[in-house]
Design a protein around this ligand. Structure first.
Ligand code: NAD
Length: 277
């Protein structure tokens, strides 16, 4: 399977379609990550708070794929945003993953009320300088906190991972990203099963036209929109199905029709501006 890559502003390349493991138990994570790697995924997205870095790391070692062919993302949890805590948290993640570097390390949430989102970003800059991490980015930073982190350090995140799907398209943040050369990465790309997205007639209509699944149509829309995405599934057939979305090309009209599905109230997860822990 050929998966397109996106070049980050720091020169590194990220496979545009990856495999996410939110809400997957550690033991299950080892098994499903093995399946994902066998299916052909080379980009994995985990986090300290998912509690499955060890299982993901085991799957990586078992697979025996050359390290340089893999792209591994993990994230700094909200309770470790103080500088020294963040350095230690990254070292602990590396230990659990069994890796000597992380390809992309993200501050998981800004948590504006905590007031440490700039300090956390400074720690990631240090981790990159020390070589523990290749690329650094943030996740769930409102535009205001994103700008503040950039202005305070002069360092632009390579990636911003945010909730994004056809019902919640994040046009304003994406415009900020475009100004700075930040790659947009979508979490919850399929809507996390929280809405009728995969039954929406626009989506199912395009799916029928291509003999594809609704999930593949939604993922193909992310890819056509230049977004890096990391769908999750623990179902073997869907793990394979989702990766094959890289082979589905939508027409400009189909992309435009999905662009029309954006909703002002489309957010499914927590609002990064008001999250407190
Ligand atoms: P998702 O949109 O990927 O939805 C996953 C769910 O969609 C599955 O549990 C399954 O029910 C369904 N599904 C998957 N494939 C399907 C298919 N082919 N057909 C029909 N249904 C299908 O949601 P997610 O897992 O929350 O997000 C993806 C990844 O993003 C996560 O695993 C995690 O790695 C990351 N994430 C990051 C944050 C963050 O705060 N940075 C938050 C949530 C998720």
């Amino acid at each position: 399977t050929s998966i397109p890559s996106v070049r980050l502003h720091d020169g590194h390349e990220i496979p545009q379609l990856g495999y996410g493991v939110f809400k997957v138990e550690n033991e299950v994570a080892a098994d499903v990550t093995t399946q994902a790697l066998e299916a052909g995924y080379r980009h994995l997205d985990t986090a300290k708070v998912y509690g499955n870095e060890e299982g993901v790391g085991r799957a990586i070692r078992t697979a025996g794929i050359p390290r340089e062919e893999l792209f591994v993302t993990t994230k700094l949890w909200n309770d470790a945003q103080r500088f020294d805590d963040a350095i230690a948290a990254c070292e602990a993640s590396l230990e659990r993953l069994g890796l000597d570097h992380i390809d992309l390390y993200l501050v998981h949430w800004a948590v504006p009320a905590q007031g440490t989102y700039v300090e956390a970003w400074k720690a990631l800059i240090e981790l990159q300088e020390r070589g523990l991490v290749r690329s650094i980015g943030v996740s769930n930073y409102p535009a205001e906190q994103l700008q503040e982190a950039i202005e305070a350090t002069g360092v632009v995140p390579a990636v911003h991972q945010i909730e994004l799907h056809p019902y919640f398209q994040q046009r304003e943040l994406r415009a900020v990203h475009a100004e700075h050369g930040i790659a947009t990465e979508s979490w919850g790309p399929l809507g996390q099963g929280k809405s009728d997205l995969l039954e929406n007639p626009v989506i199912t209509g395009i799916a029928s036209a291509h003999g594809a699944s609704p999930a593949q149509v939604v993922l193909a829309w992310h890819l056509a929109s230049g977004i890096v995405t990391i769908p999750k599934s623990v179902t073997p057939s869907r793990i394979v199905d989702n990766l094959a979305a890289a082979q589905l090309t939508l027409t400009a009209d189909e992309v435009a029709a999905i662009d029309e599905l954006d909703r002002p109230d489309g957010r499914g997860g927590a609002d990064p501006a008001t999250k407190t822990s």
